[in-house]
Design a protein around this ligand. Structure first.
Ligand SMILES: C[S@@+](CC[C@H](N)C(=O)[O-])C[C@H]1O[C@@H](n2cnc3c(N)ncnc32)[C@H](O)[C@@H]1O
Length: 209
């Protein structure tokens, strides 16, 4: 428990800039905006408790930013990997992991490219997380390549919950009104859970009576 509290305080300190400026910025693939560390721990714990994800699934944060989701997932006992295009954020993530005393894997590259995962495979991951940034690209990769049953956890607001090839399972919302004076990560966390379905088979023609 102390470990989890330290994790939350650590990333709240990371997010705090005395000038009140945001640490959000553009990267060569998207926008860096960190998840709220409280939402990460509570969201992933609820998913584990509900059996929606399992510790036997390899966990991937697609677009891992400064590594906080991957590090939080490691603290909760998941076999976690983060993939991020921006090399400075990858270096930062590796530094944060040493500060929190966990040892997840961080891969630098584009999450839509299979080369990024070499010598592993994208299809090894049973749970993929994304904080709405190019979420349709990663959802399409799961739908096209991952084994049936692969879970997709989407964090953040989204009105249209339809993702081709994936089945929407459920969603939940968590509020964090304790976020300090200089909040840059969302106070309201919304999680949507999807699952890859078997390909639809053509129906056999009805037998003639
Ligand atoms: C909104 S931030 C989320 C960071 C982290 N997952 C979190 O929740 O704190 C999205 C990150 O995804 C990265 N990203 C977006 N598209 C990507 C891609 N195709 N390949 C690798 N990284 C990508 C961006 O560079 C950015 O750092």
């Amino acid at each position: 428990m102390i470990e989890l509290e330290r994790y939350v305080q650590y990333f709240r300190d990371v997010d705090f800039t005395p000038s009140g400026t945001s640490i959000c910025r553009s990267t060569d693939r998207g926008v860096y905006l960190p998840s709220n560390p409280v939402h990460i721990l509570i969201g992933l714990s609820c998913l584990l408790e509900a059996g929606a994800i399992s510790k036997s699934d390899k966990f991937l944060d697609a677009g891992s930013g400064d590594g906080r989701v991957t590090i939080g997932a490691s603290l909760l006992g998941l076999d976690a990997t983060g993939v991020e295009y921006d090399p400075h954020l990858i270096a930062l993530a590796r530094y944060h992991a040493t500060q929190i005393n966990v040892n997840p894997t961080f891969l630098q590259g584009d999450f839509t490219s299979d080369e990024t995962f070499y010598p592993g495979n994208f299809t090894d991951f049973g749970v993929v997380y994304n904080f709405i940034n190019n979420e349709r690209d990663i959802a399409a990769k799961i739908a096209n390549e991952s084994p049936v049953g692969t879970k997709f956890v989407l964090y953040g607001h989204m009105d249209d919950k339809t993702l081709p090839g994936l089945d929407y399972q459920f969603g939940f919302k968590h509020h964090d009104f304790k976020t300090p004076v200089n909040p840059i990560s969302p106070r309201i966390g919304i999680f949507h859970i999807y699952r890859k379905l078997p390909a639809k088979r053509a129906l056999a023609p009805a037998a003639r009576l």
